[in-house]
Write a protein that binds this ligand. Structure first.
Ligand SMILES: [Zn+2]
Length: 216
């Protein structure tokens, strides 16, 4: 099955993609992870990405497509894939359509208020990087990491201002993408408006919907 997962930052997209992939026997492909891998191994593509990012620009579509095409050559995608974090723009989706078909696009819909609450209450350990949440995953002692006793801080990325900004960018970029796939009849909306729903509760709903998908 060939799937794409869409969802705003804080929607749990990555979490669900990671769990659905083994359940249906396909690899989860995160272009972000591939970028980081190239950077770490200092490959030709890695060097290219590094200089683009250092100049403050977004990685251009042609480089993203190069990475995606390269990834689709591997044997493990014969039974399908879940793309997470790609395509990000309508242009990328159109290019992607030229190299492979897509069976469904899972669109995780989470109300903005829930996303904001979830992300602004996230705290990370300064020392070991463990993640806590002052609403849903409280540390035993306030402000202190359970694992190493380090100080818990709020990342700059998790402040209200930055989150609003990211959500607005996401909406602007992704709406045309959702429209594009909806017109093709490929969108599966998974609405998650219960702030306390665990991934274990949401996952079966996604798998149930995928049962009815015809693979091409
Ligand atoms: Zn720690």
């Amino acid at each position: 099955m060939k799937l794409i997962f869409l969802g705003a930052p804080g929607s749990g997209k990555g979490t669900y993609a990671t769990r659905v992939a083994p359940a249906i026997g396909v690899p989860q492909i995160s272009t972000g992870d591939i970028f980081r891998e190239h950077l770490k191994n200092n490959t030709e593509i890695g060097k290219k990405i590094k200089s683009i990012m250092e100049s403050g620009n977004l990685v251009p579509d042609e480089v993203v497509m190069e990475i995606v095409k390269d990834r689709l050559k591997k044997d493990d995608v014969k039974k399908g894939f879940i793309f997470d974090g790609f395509p990000r723009t309508l242009e990328q989706a159109e290019e992607f359509g030229k190299i492979t078909s897509v069976d469904a696009v899972v669109n995780l819909v989470v109300p903005e208020k829930i996303i904001i609450d979830r992300l602004t209450s996230r705290r990370v350990c300064e020392k070991c990087g463990s993640i806590f949440n002052i609403m849903s995953m409280k540390p035993k002692e306030e402000g202190k990491c359970d694992k190493c006793g380090g100080k818990l801080i709020q990342r700059k990325d998790d402040t209200l201002e930055v989150i609003m900004d990211r959500l607005n960018v996401y909406k602007k970029q992704t709406q045309p993408l959702i429209d594009y796939y909806r017109k093709k009849g490929l969108i599966i909306d998974i609405v998650n408006d219960n702030p306390n729903a665990s991934p274990e509760q949401v996952l079966p709903r996604i798998l149930e919907k995928l049962k009815n998908i015809q693979t091409k």
